[in-house]
Design a protein around this ligand. Sequence first.
Ligand SMILES: O=C(O)[C@H](O)COP(=O)(O)O
Length: 316
Amino acid sequence: MADVVIPEFMDEPTAQSLIAAFDVHWDRTLWSRRAELLERVRNARALIVRNDTLVNTELLDAAPRLQVVARMGVGLDTIDVEACAAHGVEVVPSIGANAVSVAEYVIATAMILLRGPAYYATSDVAGGIWDRPRFAGGREIAGRTMGIVGFGSIGQTVGDKARAMGMDVIAYDAVMPDTAAAWSKARRVDLETLLAQSDVISLHCPKLPQTIDLIDADAFAQMKSGAVLINSARGGIVNEAACAAALKSGQISGAALDTLDVEPIDATAQAIFRDVPNLILSPHIAGVTQEANRRIAEVAADTVRRVLGAAQPIPA
Ligand SMILES: O=C(O)[C@H](O)COP(=O)(O)O
């Protein structure tokens, strides 16, 4: 029984570097075979996960030697952090390691949304239709206001890139102290002000009971007419029916949802999003690039080296 269990996808060279140094069991689909997973973690001291492995009391009870859960990514919705603490298991997300990927997705998406239909002209143009009035007339990102909800490492990286594009940056964060250095990078506002003043609203807060439906019909009604909304944080923070209604009514001019309430998308959401204008949907890939995959894996591998390197071997 292995010391290190990796039940999900991991950047190959980084996984191989661990395999060369430790007793590792790596199986990209093990997360989906729960009974086998519970058996495999029996002697594990380190577990490396993305977001498919449910780390709960059942798993922790099955892994009495576990010292650390290294999360390749930042969202902790599949990890019972309190149960880990109660079992003396450290949880280490790879904070910041996919921030650039998410931030690039946000800026690119904001620019596409502000241009309206401009990037959707391919079939018309290739088919001989040269309709400049229909595809021209979009808006520039420079000089507009970026409103960031949740000003942690990803939110701050989005802010840096937005500023580099000539945007004004405002941010709302429910928990960050006023004294945090991050506030030198953005004007701190309350949520109502952010909704009213932003041309682009980008969400980077965790999904918590208090952030579910944070962006509901009332929030859409408070947004500046023609604003665009980007959710690359977690599904459920945006009320999907309210978002579709705001796009259809023209209250907002565009939205990009990389994360959905139910993933993969279910029939309810498919019906909600049918024929909604200027909507970009993607399957939770904003933070998933080749570079980010490498960096989050390296953070996880470093965590394993730190914990297992320092720990005394436990007799079998
Ligand atoms: O939480 C994160 O870091 C992102 O959502 C990407 O993580 P995932 O690909 O494991 O969902």
